[in-house]
Design a binder for this molecule. Structure first.
Ligand code: GLN
Length: 537
């Protein structure tokens, strides 16, 4: 039987519930438990796929093609747990299911209500994690205790725990204990209030995890335990980590959070072996080299918009014991002036995915700069499309070459809408999404880096390299490094004359892990480190 842990948040958002949840899951996995994870998001969008990155950060894509919350990226990276469509539900998705059932006559004349119909739908979503091969399911409830919109989720969790019975479902509340600098004091009151709110809803947290910037003292722990109705041993401190989120699991293990969870769920503690992880972390924290990568995008003010990209760059750095500094370059700023002013001092250039015309001219200039100055380059999705457009314009002389996304009337649509996309009118969930196989060209740089010719990578796009232009571009020196198994869709291109110039239609960043960096990113960082040495930077 699968046991359940619910994680709620209090006082403020952005406390790092996803990181805490993933770190705990990692520890439980290290103890030999099979763990599944899920995030419930209170907003009414059916999924975050249609949201602007400024609203919600990056859209994370799973193998099975779900467009999800970026916390799933933490689950996959930190806990190395594969997520699916069942790993993320929004209120919109829940209501959508309820309303569709109502329209189909599924409620047999009944009045459809939040309780029990919406809460039943939420409980069914929670149960999608239950399986014979899963010992423990962790559900993170988005939002903050007291928010109107997260109430149905909390109510469903309360019912769920009651039905599951003692020892089968528990609650962990992540809260903030703020430090008031002027008074030189830590304050427990906000946490007391947020737990009081939860208790009003009928949820009595079993564990309290306190985010704090200064260590809690015995007195604070006692006070938190007393006012929050939690045994003192079940109050855990989660101090801000100094260097890397990879330190969080060790911090939680030191206080035996994982053991406490297992005790409450009446599961054996089993053995925990953290030495290899500690040794690995030591290397992470003490890099021997460094390099700088420019990320040319249009949401550069918001680091979360390119979360997995920055993570994947850091992972490749870890693989080479290098600190990777990133410079976020606003694509529009490259549209005028000399690109060398912004790109002259970097060791590599990366153009990530994106949508819409804004900033594209700047991205084209960045791709051109990389090609003309032989700066190591990785283009991802829109980044590949820009590299192709730039090559067609400057090298093949097709001066109006473009993507029909930006110029539907171009005479040279080197990037064009996929056939299946033309009739679509709905924007949500209708792109080419999720994992697709790709066959790499024997002898290509990519095949060399991957060490295999058959790969699977995740996608999220509507437009494709237009095969009508394949031979024109190939004749001019562009190499098709990978295609769909039927050879129809171009998935990866290279400029073999250059030191490192690779661009792919898929999103390699989603499959990079701290302890197994992605080959295309490792290739980029290797090339960047060499460039730096060459330039004597
Ligand atoms: N806008 C482009 C497309 O839809 C690229 C998408 C992306 O970069 N994720 O094909």
């Amino acid at each position: 039987m699968t046991k359940h842990l619910f994680i709620t948040g209090g006082v403020v958002s952005s406390l790092g519930k996803g990181i805490t949840a993933a770190s705990l899951a990692f520890l439980l996995k290290q103890r030999g438990y099979r763990v599944a994870m899920q995030k419930l998001d209170p907003y009414l969008n059916v999924d975050p796929g249609t949201m602007n990155p400024y609203q919600h950060g990056e859209v994370f894509v799973t193998d099975d093609g779900a467009e999800t919350d970026l916390d799933l990226g933490h689950y996959e990276r930190l806990a190395e747990i594969a997520c699916t469509r069942n790993s993320n539900y929004t209120s919109g998705r829940i209501y959508d299911a309820v309303i569709r059932r109502e329209r189909a006559g599924g409620y047999l004349g009944g009045t459809v209500q939040v309780i029990p119909h919406v809460t039943d739908e939420i409980k069914a979503a929670m149960r999608t994690l239950h399986a014979p091969e899963i010992d423990l399911a962790i559900t993170e409830i988005g939002g903050t205790a007291g928010d109107i919109e997260s109430l149905p989720f909390l109510e469903a969790a309360r019912q769920f725990a009651l039905e599951a019975g003692t020892g089968n479902a528990i609650f962990l509340h992540l809260t903030l204990v703020p430090y008031l600098r002027a008074a030189g004091e830590l304050k427990t009151k906000p946490s007391q209030h947020s737990v009081a709110t939860l208790r009003g809803i009928g949820i009595f947290p079993d564990l309290l995890v306190c985010r704090t910037e200064v260590p809690l003292e015995e007195d604070h722990l006692r006070k938190l335990a007393l006012f929050c109705n939690v045994p003192p041993g079940q109050v855990i401190e989660e101090l801000d980590v100094r260097n890397s989120i990879s330190e969080v699991p060790l911090e939680l293990a030191r206080q035996q959070l994982d053991v406490k969870v297992l005790e409450l769920l009446r599961l054996e503690p089993r053995n925990l072996e953290l030495e290899p992880y500690r040794a690995w972390l030591e290397r992470v924290l003490h890099p021997q080299h460094e390099c700088t990568v420019a990320v040319v995008g249009k949401y550069v003010r918001c680091r979360d918009a390119y979360k997995s990209i920055y993570e994947a760059l850091a992972h490749a750095g870890i693989a080479r014991q290098a600190r990777v500094r990133t410079v976020a370059v606003e694509a529009e700023e490259l549209e005028s002036g000399d690109p060398a002013a912004l790109l002259g001092a970097v060791d590599a250039i990366l153009i990530p995915g994106g949508f819409g015309r804004r900033g594209v001219a700047g991205k084209l200039r960045a791709a051109r700069y990389a090609r003309e100055h032989d700066v190591p380059f990785l283009g991802i999705c829109l980044g590949m499309q820009c590299a192709v457009i730039e090559f067609a314009r400057q090298v093949c002389g097709l001066s109006d070459a473009d993507s029909t996304e930006f110029n539907p009337k171009t005479g040279h649509p080197v990037i064009d809408l996929m056939a299946g996309q033309r009739q679509l009118t709905d924007k949500g969930g209708t792109m080419r999404l999720g994992s697709y196989p790709c066959v790499l060209t024997p002898g290509s740089r990519a095949a060399q880096l991957y060490g295999t010719e058959r790969i699977d990578e995740r996608h999220r796009h509507r437009y494709e390299f237009n095969s009508a232009f394949r031979s024109t571009l190939e004749t001019a020196g562009l190499r098709i490094g990978g295609t769909s198994p039927d050879g129809q869709l171009v998935e990866l291109i290279e400029l073999p004359e250059l030191r490192y110039f690779i661009a792919c239609q898929f999103h390699p960043e989603f499959k990079s892990r701290p302890r197994s960096a992605h080959p295309l990113f490792v290739g980029l960082i290797d090339a960047a480190l060499q460039a730096r040495e060459r330039e004597n930077r």
